[in-house]
Design a protein around this ligand. Structure first.
Ligand code: 2U9
Length: 344
């Protein structure tokens, strides 16, 4: 029986020594030391031994089992260490490799320009007012001195949702709503940036959806010279301190008198170039004194209060400022276009 146990130990240790991985080692353990293994079998047969032989063989069987277990433990440690060394070698990181730059987004150029304009007017004491993009016929037209059959309504084809509701064609209804909330009490000093919608065929200079920034100041003793001062400050801050401005007479139903503002060309300083179409001047915005009808409709006494208003298209401002030749670039979301404005 001792010989059989000795042979099993030799056989097991040989197999342990040759084991290639931990799984094979586990199989060897089950095969030799498990309940159905040969050592257990040998021990089961000890009943047949004499009383003198039994403790001797029992002690030897324990010795064999311990020897195999030690062999298994030593091999297991060896295989684990080999596995760790292999993984460490495979997973070596070359810390000298240059890092991969993280992809970083940036503000859309139109957002940058709108925020620049907002900051400029905030610094002059204006606050920002917002309103709904789905408007009523009343606030979009009627309250702005454009009654139902006014010919100026033909000037802008609109997206009507029902006879009563439409997508706003300008941000002026925001100003009309704000004035109404003031219940005839000044001052009102707001700008209203936002999206507007017009039924237009998109091309390089037209988009069915675009942005507007309008401004409105209503108070006692507000004059055209105040408008001129505010607009001149805006033009210089936006396009350079050396800019000159000029106001030309114009017409809008909601302002009287109405003007259009040009700035001296920032490219040729007035000598004439392709940007200013050889006139030396670039049209930037429209403006005027708020029409008394508009003041009255919003609850202000037009004998006591006067106001000025202006409106501009930030896409046009951005196109001029950055030399962009097509309004559709702002809405195409082509990453090659957007990337160029990373540091703006
Ligand atoms: C109220 C009263 C008056 C806003 C004004 C303009 C002149 C103007 C256009 C410029 C290019 C719009 O973006 S654009 O298409 N706007 O020329 N807007 S005065 O006048 C108002 C607004 C609200 C209650």
């Amino acid at each position: 029986m001792k010989d059989r146990l000795e042979a099993l130990k030799v056989e097991a240790l040989e197999k342990i020594s040759a084991a290639a991985d931990l799984k094979e080692l586990q199989n060897i353990k089950v095969a030799y030391l498990g309940k159905k293994g040969p050592i257990t079998e040998v021990l089961k047969g000890m009943g047949k031994l004499s009383a003198e032989e039994r403790p001797v063989v029992g002690a030897f069987a324990n010795e064999v089992r311990d020897g195999i277990q030690q062999g298994l433990d030593a091999k297991s440690t060896q295989l684990e260490e080999a596995e760790i060394s292999k993984r460490l070698a495979e997973e070596t990181i070359d810390v000298s490799l240059p890092g991969r730059p993280a992809k970083k987004g940036s503000a859309h150029p139109l957002t940058s320009v709108v925020e620049e304009i907002e900051d400029l007017f905030l610094s002059m004491g204006f606050t920002i007012a917002e309103g709904p993009e789905v408007e009523t016929d009343f606030y979009n037209f009627e309250a702005l001195n454009l009654p139902k059959d006014h010919p100026a309504r033909d000037m802008q084809d609109s997206f009507f949702i029902t006879e009563e509701f439409l997508l706003r064609t300008q941000t002026s209804p925001v100003q009309a709503r704000t004035m109404e909330k003031h219940e005839g009490q000044g001052p009102v000093k707001i700008i209203s940036p936002g999206k507007v919608y017009r039924r237009d065929n998109d091309d390089a200079t037209h988009s069915h959806q675009f942005m507007q920034i309008e401004g409105l100041v209503v108070d006692k003793n507000v004059r055209l010279s105040d408008l001129k001062g505010v607009l001149e400050t805006f033009a210089k801050k936006m396009f350079g301190e050396e800019r000159k401005i000029r106001l030309r007479p114009s017409f809008f139903p909601f302002t009287e008198p109405s003007v259009e503002m040009d700035i001296s060309c920032f490219k040729c300083s007035g000598k004439g170039c392709s940007i200013c179409k050889h006139t030396g001047w670039i049209e930037i915005l429209g403006a005027g004194m708020v029409h008394p009808n508009v003041l009255e409709m919003a609850g202000f006494d037009s004998k006591e209060y006067t106001g000025f208003a202006f409106g501009m298209g930030p896409e046009r401002i951005a196109m001029l400022k950055y030399g962009i030749d097509d309004i559709r670039h702002f809405y195409a979301n082509d990453i090659r276009f957007l990337k160029q404005f990373r540091n703006v």
